[in-house]
Design a protein around this ligand. Structure first.
Ligand SMILES: [Mg+2]
Length: 223
């Protein structure tokens, strides 16, 4: 019997993409630059390239932060200080909490029937603050973050920490709900939890994932 549900935050409860767009739009507007949607395309092209370089070890995170906006502004022919805007953008992003469609209704449906825990790879204070801003914090017994735990999903250390805190619940009595196959689904599955994948892009479900849903409210068909 399922007693508890662990829920990822970004891309599952909160729309991280919309938060990026908002932070960029509001930030640029405040600096006197007219925001155009195609600027977001440039942001993603450059940002994704830099993250790939980072994953390959060609770049450190500090270097990425130093050059990201300078590179974007150069491509967009905008005359602003890149590193300064980086700080401004990140501060905005840390406060941005735009809910994913159906997330609030889903939490209301699950609340009281199951014990709910947030499980996120992210800085602790920031994630707690964003849930609070979205009016979602009250649904959760605990907010588990990699920032606090010192290990990221899918590492077993992340899940060991969570289940040590809730000794009355076993992994097999829990669901892991999230949008990421590599962190949420892999981690939950390896730890013996049931897994529910929020598959918004119509990709093929790997057979080791227990359930897939195409929208959050579809969870009602599972539990
Ligand atoms: Mg996610």
């Amino acid at each position: 019997m399922i007693k508890a549900i662990f829920i990822d935050i970004d891309g599952t409860l909160l729309d991280f993409e919309a938060c990026v767009e908002e932070s960029m739009r509001v930030g640029l507007t405040e600096k006197g630059i007219e925001y155009k949607p195609e600027m977001l395309v440039t942001f993603h092209r450059i940002n994704d390239g830099l993250w790939r370089d980072l994953e390959k070890g060609k770049l450190t995170f500090e270097e990425l932060l130093k050059i990201r906006w300078a590179t974007i502004f150069e491509a967009l022919e905008i005359d602003l200080d890149g590193p300064e805007f980086e700080k401004y953008f990140r501060a905005r992003l840390h406060e941005s909490a735009i809910p994913m469609e159906g997330s609030f209704e889903m939490l209301e449906y699950l609340f009281g029937k199951y014990r709910l825990f947030a499980a996120s790879n992210g800085p602790h204070e920031q994630q707690v603050q964003r849930l609070e801003r979205a009016g979602m914090l009250r649904f959760f017994g605990e907010v588990f973050t990699s920032g606090k735990i010192g290990a990221e999903k899918p590492a077993k250390e992340f899940f060991e920490y969570c289940f040590d805190k809730i000794p009355d619940i076993k992994p097999e009595e829990s669901l892991m709900l999230g949008d990421s196959l590599t962190s949420d689904m892999k981690g939950g599955n390896a730890f013996g939890m049931k897994t529910v994948w929020l598959n918004l892009n119509g990709k093929e479900k790997p057979e080791w994932v227990d359930y897939e849903i195409k929208s959050l409210l579809e969870i009602k068909t599972i539990i």
